[in-house]
Design a protein around this ligand. Structure first.
Ligand code: ZN
Length: 183
């Protein structure tokens, strides 16, 4: 890949990888920690190795760099949870096709990871780098907090139902899981 790049292109790409200021993932972790949320990092047993894992909320958080993960409308892949920003960064005009393909592959891999998590009962929150600017981070993280609380409530709702309705639903489930004989 490096062979294909002019020094200007390489500079552009590196500036996208090593953003100025604090690492986006660290900003999210610090905010969560300050607000009393506890988490684990890069848990290998969870599909897609999310940046932040919150088992209590059964939620995986990905903090995505806008360039590599394609925070663009023009690629046509809708990003989840916290929206799309068409203007946060641009694909270079030179070697455009190369970058579009590369980023599209990254997006497809991301989508596969999110899908596997969903299939395993995890909620996925994607936070984009550009949503963590000093002016936007508080609003972004409050939205994350809302999603976390939603996920927590959804997880713990069954425990709130009365004894009678638990019994009822167990009967229904037993009836549905009757083995089918003679096939
Ligand atoms: Zn962005």
């Amino acid at each position: 890949m490096t062979d294909r790049l002019t020094p200007q292109q390489r500079h552009y790409v590196m500036s996208r990888i090593h953003g100025k200021g604090t690492k986006p993932e660290l900003l999210v972790r610090q905010w969560l920690w300050r607000h009393g949320y506890r988490y684990r990092l890069n848990v290998k047993s969870v599909p897609g190795k999310p940046d932040i894992v919150m088992r209590k909320y059964r939620t995986a958080i990905f903090v995505n760099g806008c360039f590599w993960h394609g925070h663009f409308v023009e690629l046509g892949v809708e990003s989840v949870e916290l929206g799309v920003n068409s203007s946060c960064c641009k694909i270079p005009q030179t070697n455009r096709e190369f970058w579009v393909n590369k980023i599209r592959r990254n997006q497809e891999r991301d989508q596969r990871n999110y899908q596997v998590l969903h299939d395993n009962g995890w909620q996925v929150i994607v936070v984009w780098e550009c949503q963590l600017q000093p002016k936007t981070i508080e609003e972004t993280m409050l939205r994350v907090e809302l999603l976390l609380n939603d996920n927590f409530l959804a997880l713990h709702q069954p425990k709130v139902v009365s004894y009678a309705s638990v019994e009822e639903s167990e009967v229904t489930m037993a009836a549905e899981s009757q083995p089918v004989y003679g096939q």
